[in-house]
Design a protein around this ligand. Structure first.
Ligand code: ATP
Ligand code: MG
Length: 307
């Protein structure tokens, strides 16, 4: 498909991330509804062309667990990536809207993410690198798909205003700069599943209670308050990430894992608990690869019609 901005009519804003924004658009010549991601890049034209070449691989991804891509093009100074539109949005938005996600759905998320990760790695040797609720999308047909995988190294390097820091979903080995493997995504999946099952980000309490954060003003602190958290339109994650950075050295992974266990115990069914435990094994050699999943008879399509 030869895509250009003049053929794309904006229908709505879908959201804003650190690297750019996403719009719902209609491709006028074909009537196709798409999600257009606009990324402001800070790079020479040779690098931009390299990025476009790297994005080509997205066209070659054919899996029911991966967002399909219609095409990408340069619209100086941006790169636009047109992808499949998912009408129920991402799981961060869903849990903010309806609260904690039912455990059967969380299990299906786990299943779909593992299938998607396995496909990306087995077929294309790609590691996702950014598993989190906002990169897991749902549609009203009951499909769960991954987007924003680390397909273009050049793109990641040249996103203007790149958020270089520690993401709260990053595995211990990645935070420490050690070798990155597909298992790092498993850790991020573990954090993500807890967040969905509990309807809140698992680190909130630790940060709230931590004296090291005394240099944060009241406004920051109040963002961890759950009621405000739900109302605040800004991305609390960025702030949380910054906070983790502040205390990265003193951050004891063990105490956070213990905290997670507590949350998991109070919410999860036994099998799901074991699964999340297995995701959050600190040593990547001991951690599972993305192969394990459940069989489920849960009617996801029916569930999507409830909100
Ligand atoms: P970050 O930049 O930190 O990774 P993010 O993932 O929220 O955060 P974007 O990737 O720019 O940022 O996405 C912004 C929002 O757009 C997402 O939260 C999601 O709700 C929405 N979105 C992205 N892609 C699609 C899509 N294909 N269909 C529907 N909504 C989408
Ligand atoms: Mg995203």
């Amino acid at each position: 498909l030869d895509l250009k901005n003049t053929d794309l009519k904006k229908l709505a804003d879908l959201g804003q991330g650190n690297g750019g924004s996403v719009e719902k658009v209609e491709h006028l010549p074909t009537g196709t509804i798409m999600a257009k991601k606009i990324v402001l890049i800070d790079a020479k034209s040779s690098v931009r062309k390299q990025i476009l070449r790297e994005l080509q691989i997205m066209h070659e991804c054919h899996s029911e667990y991966i967002i399909s891509c219609y095409g990408s093009f340069l619209a100086e100074p941006n790169i636009c990536i047109c992808m499949e539109f998912m009408d129920k949005g991402s799981f961060d938005g869903i849990y903010r809207k309806i609260g904690a996600i039912p455990i059967d759905v969380v299990c299906l998320v786990a299943h779909s993410v593992l299938e998607g990760l396995t496909y990306l790695y087995d077929v294309h040797r790609i590691i996702h690198r950014d598993i989190k609720p906002s990169n897991i999308l749902l549609n009203s047909e009951g499909s769960i798909k991954l987007c924003d995988f680390g397909v273009s190294g050049e793109l990641i390097n040249s996103i203007a205003n790149t958020f270089v820091g520690t993401s709260v979903y990053m595995s211990p080995e990645r935070i420490q700069g050690a070798e990155y493997s597909i298992k790092s995504d498993i850790w991020s999946l573990g954090i993500t599943l807890i967040e969905l099952a509990t309807g809140r980000f698992p680190f909130c309490d630790t940060l709230e209670d931590d004296d090291d954060l005394s240099d944060l003003d009241e406004d920051h602190e109040s963002n961890f308050d759950n009621e405000k958290y739900n109302k605040t339109p800004t991305h609390p994650r960025t702030r949380l990430s910054k906070n983790i950075n502040l205390q990265e050295d003193s951050l004891s992974s063990m105490s956070i894992i213990e905290l997670m266990h507590q949350i998991v115990r109070s919410t999860f069914e036994e099998e799901a608990e074991e699964f999340v435990d297995a995701c959050l094994v600190k040593d990547p050699d001991e951690r599972h690869s993305p192969k394990h999943y459940w069989d489920s008879t849960f009617n996801l399509q029916g569930w999507t019609s409830t909100f």
